[in-house]
Structures are given as structure tokens and as C-alpha cells.
Design a protein around this ligand. Structure first.
Ligand code: URA
Length: 452
């Protein structure tokens, strides 16, 4: 029996190096014991044989497996490292196994990875900072070993303020320059006041989703252990009161009983965990498209802005207001249109306390194309309206100028009908009012042409 001692419960790199060495040395999964330093290791003192030298040539494993392993390694299941090693040994001989979704081991690993991703998402959504002696401190109880892996998100998201996140196993501290780790804490170490409550309440009310009102679903999404931590839960009675009417509106728009409605819901849920490019690391959430699944027209913008990133809905900020005004003038009803973006996460550069929009690059557009292709397959609109060059790049499959595409009836590479026009934020950036009016009129004309 050989034994690997990993330095920490979330030591993915340690697992990767040891697993690679063990697989090259041809050690069978059942002959290898995975332990974590300080976690009951003394029981196995007799199993300390060092790993033998490589017995077979190097081999490559699919990138997808490494991504999966990176998540699974953070699960609290004590078998996680052994399960991953068993999968690695099988992939060594049969790489295509990574695509076999019916394989029981693959399914078990997928479930573990899903648990971890949900926990990561919960930490991002439910951590609440309270002020303590000029610093912001939050308390959080994760289900899995996700705190270290999630620290970068908070560092980027709250780059300009000093903060600490206390958890039972580990604390992380950011002073605006350096991220430090400290020992675990207890709830009593964290302050209980709520001076930045207003900020979170506003944020929460804007993202409250009446479709999640079923109590079971709500508890699943927001387990009770987080409730005491969250000032905005005080809002729930009010939100519930208004939810029925909002839900009716949503139901009318999503057509949930239909196949397309179900497929769209599943797709949106999957997109909420998207890591296809690095933009998810800084953005608050995926901003998926919205509108009726049987819409005739689909409008595609560039990417969510600051408002959309917080609200989780496309085109709700200033560009969205401009779009709404133009749609109104064109005689189009936004509630009958499916509105989405070429890129689903907000890309920005922090400048002081502000987050300045930054244009997505070709790789990000390509990575996100996967989602828009599926949205198009479900909605099957009669016509697509591309707002600006990022949407054109995404849907035409290559970078093209707006002037070369605007004003024509276009055909996308897969045969779907489309039109191209300006992005409404172009109007917001124009200094000259007369010019804005002229451009606005042309924008309205393009939208009318798209509807005809
Ligand atoms: N700009 C976009 O392209 N999309 C949005 O959702 C908001 C602003």
C-alpha cells in the first residue's frame, strides 16, 4: 500500500502532482491511500511506501477532466481524491470516457463538482460585509473547502475596500493590496450590525425572482443557516406580496409548460455556472437572455453593463432605456421580443469605486457563442437584430464593420435572417444633441425594418 499525504483539504495541485506520478508508476487505485495532513493520518502510519519511479510513458488527460477535478477536489467527501485517481487511471487507457455521461463514476464526479459549484455560487451571493472599526467583515459557513479558491473573486469584486471573510476553517483578509490567510473563526468573532444593509437590500430586491418563491426551492437556494446573516431577508414578506403579479407576468412570457420553456429554463440554469472563459471570475453573475421563448424577434447586444450585472437582467440600465425608447418609437413591444447579449458576463476594469466597461475580445465572444447558439435553437426567431459590432462578430462568426452590414437584409451563416444596427450606448456617448436625434431616428428606422 502506498500513501499520499496532501498538505491541505483543498490541495488540488498536490493531488494532481501525486496522481500523475502514481499513474505513471502504474499504481492501482486500490493500492493507494489518499490522506490530508492532520486529518486522521496517524491511523495509517504503516502505509508510507514512497511512490516508485515511472513505469510507463507520459500521457495526456482531457482538459475537461482537469476542470472537473479542480472542482471535485474542493468537496468535503473524504473519498474525493481516491475517486479522481480512479477516474484518471481509466482515462489514461480510455480518454473518450470523459464524454460518457452514463458512466457511474463520471456521474458521481459530476455530482460532487455540482455541489462545489453551488457552494461557490452561494458564497458569492450570500456573503454580507458589516462594518467593524472601519473594516468590513463577513461571516460565512461553506459546505465544502471552497474559501481559498473563492478568495480571488472577492478580491477582484471588492478591490478597493479592506475586508475579512471569517469561516470556521479559514479566514481570508484583503487590505487593498495583499490577500492573507488566517485561522478559522467562530460566528461570535464577526460583527452583527448591518450598516451596509441598504446596499444589499436594493441589490436583492432587484434580483428577487418570483419563480423561486416555492419555499422548498427557496430554502435550497438560500439555506436557513445563511438567513441570519442577510439583512435583505427582512424584505421577503414585501417581495412575496408583490410576487404573484410578477410571476404571472413571467409565466406569460416564458411559457414554462412547453418543451421550449423547459429547455430554456435548463439552459439558463446551466449558464448560471458558466466558466467557459475567465469573465465569470469578476462578474457578479451570468446575465442570460429574457423574453418569450416563442418570440419572433431576437435582439442581441454586446454584454451586460454595470446595472445588468447587478440585476441579472439584460438591458435594464441606461442603454436599455435608450433601447426601450427606440423600440417604442418603432412600434415594437419589448415584452414580445427575446433580448440577449453576445457575451453573458460583464467585462470591466475597476477604476476607484467604479467599474468601467471593457469590450470583450474574440476569444470571449467565441466562448460565449455556445450559449447564444443554443438560445437561438430554442427560440428559433424569425429575425435577429444585432446591436453593434460585438453582436455582428458573434453571429456572423467573424469581425466585420457595422457600416458594411447595416441597412441590408442579412443572412447568418446558418441561414437565419438578420439585420444589423448601432448599439444604443453609441447614442449615449455622443456629445452633440442634434446628432443624437438624427442617429436615434436612423436606429428606429433600422428596428422598423427588422420588424417588417
Ligand atoms: N449593453 C449591452 O450590450 N447589453 C446589455 O444588456 C446592457 C448594455
Amino acid at each position: 500500500m502506498h500513501r499520499v499525504i496532501l498538505s491541505r483539504a483543498d490541495d488540488f495541485e498536490g493531488w494532481r502532482d501525486a496522481a500523475r506520478a502514481a499513474a505513471l508508476a502504474d499504481i492501482a487505485p486500490e493500492a493507494l491511500l489518499w490522506t490530508v495532513e492532520g486529518e486522521g493520518g496517524d491511523l495509517f502510519d504503516d502505509a508510507r511506501d514512497p511512490l516508485p519511479p515511472p513505469a510507463r510513458p507520459a500521457f495526456a488527460v482531457p482538459r475537461r477532466f482537469l476542470d472537473l477535478a479542480g472542482d471535485v477536489a474542493l468537496h468535503r467527501d473524504p473519498e474525493r481524491f481516491a475517486l479522481l485517481y480512479a477516474m484518471l487511471c481509466r482515462l489514461r487507457d480510455e480518454p473518450a470516457l470523459i464524454n460518457d455521461q452514463a458512466d457511474p463514476l463520471r456521474r458521481r464526479l459530476d455530482r460532487l463538482a455540482g455541489d462545489v459549484r453551488r457552494d461557490v455560487h452561494k458564497m458569492r451571493a450570500f456573503v454580507r460585509f458589516r462594518e467593524l472599526d472601519g473594516a468590513y467583515v463577513a461571516w460565512f459557513e461553506p459546505d465544502h473547502h471552497i474559501v481559498r479558491a473563492n478568495a480571488g473573486f472577492f478580491q477582484r469584486r471588492f478591490a478597493t475596500m479592506g475586508w475579512s471573510i471569517l469561516t470556521p476553517g479559514l479566514s481570508i483578509h484583503w487590505d487593498g493590496e495583499t490577500l492573507r490567510e488566517g485561522p478559522g473563526a467562530v460566528r461570535a468573532d464577526a460583527p452583527t450590525g448591518d450598516p451596509i444593509e441598504a446596499l444589499w437590500k436594493g441589490y436583492y430586491a432587484s434580483i428577487f425572482n418570483p419563480a423561486r418563491l416555492k419555499v422548498g426551492t427557496m430554502l435550497k437556494e438560500m439555506p436557513r443557516k445563511y438567513w441570519a446573516n442577510m439583512p435583505e431577508t427582512a424584505l421577503i414578506p414585501q417581495l412575496v406580496a408583490g410576487a404573484q403579479a410578477r410571476e404571472t407576468r413571467m409565466v406569460e412570457r416564458i411559457v414554462p409548460g412547453s418543451n421550449a420553456g423547459r429547455a430554456w429554463e435548463a439552459l439558463r440554469e446551466e449558464a448560471a455556472h458558466c466558466t467557459r472563459c475567465s469573465l465569470h471570475r469578476c462578474a457578479t453573475q451570468t446575465v442570460f437572455g429574457e423574453g418569450p421563448v416563442d418570440a419572433d424577434i431576437m435582439i442581441v447586444g454586446e454584454q451586460p453593463g454595470d446595472h445588468e450585472d447587478l440585476a441579472g437582467k439584460p438591458f435594464v440600465g441606461p442603454a436599455g432605456q435608450m433601447l426601450d425608447r427606440a423600440l417604442g418609437e418603432a412600434g415594437l413591444d419589448r415584452s414580445r421580443i427575446y433580448v440577449t447579449n453576445a457575451v453573458k458576463h460583464f467585462k470591466f476594469e475597476p477604476r476607484g469605486k467604479r467599474r468601467i466597461h471593457s469590450k470583450p475580445n474574440a476569444g470571449e465572444i467565441r466562448a460565449c457563442r455556445w450559449w447564444i447558439d443554443q438560445e437561438r435553437a430554442i427560440i428559433a426567431p424569425r429575425r435577429i437584430v444585432m446591436l453593434g459590432t460585438t453582436a455582428i462578430h458573434s453571429l456572423m462568426g467573424k469581425a466585420m464593420t457595422l457600416s458594411s452590414q447595416r441597412g441590408h437584409a442579412l443572412t447568418l451563416p446558418d441561414g437565419m435572417a438578420a439585420r444589423a444596427t448601432i448599439h444604443p450606448s453609441f447614442l449615449l456617448r455622443m456629445p452633440d444633441r442634434d446628432q443624437v436625434e438624427k442617429e436615434f431616428a436612423l436606429f428606429v428606422k433600422d428596428l422598423k425594418a427588422a420588424a417588417d
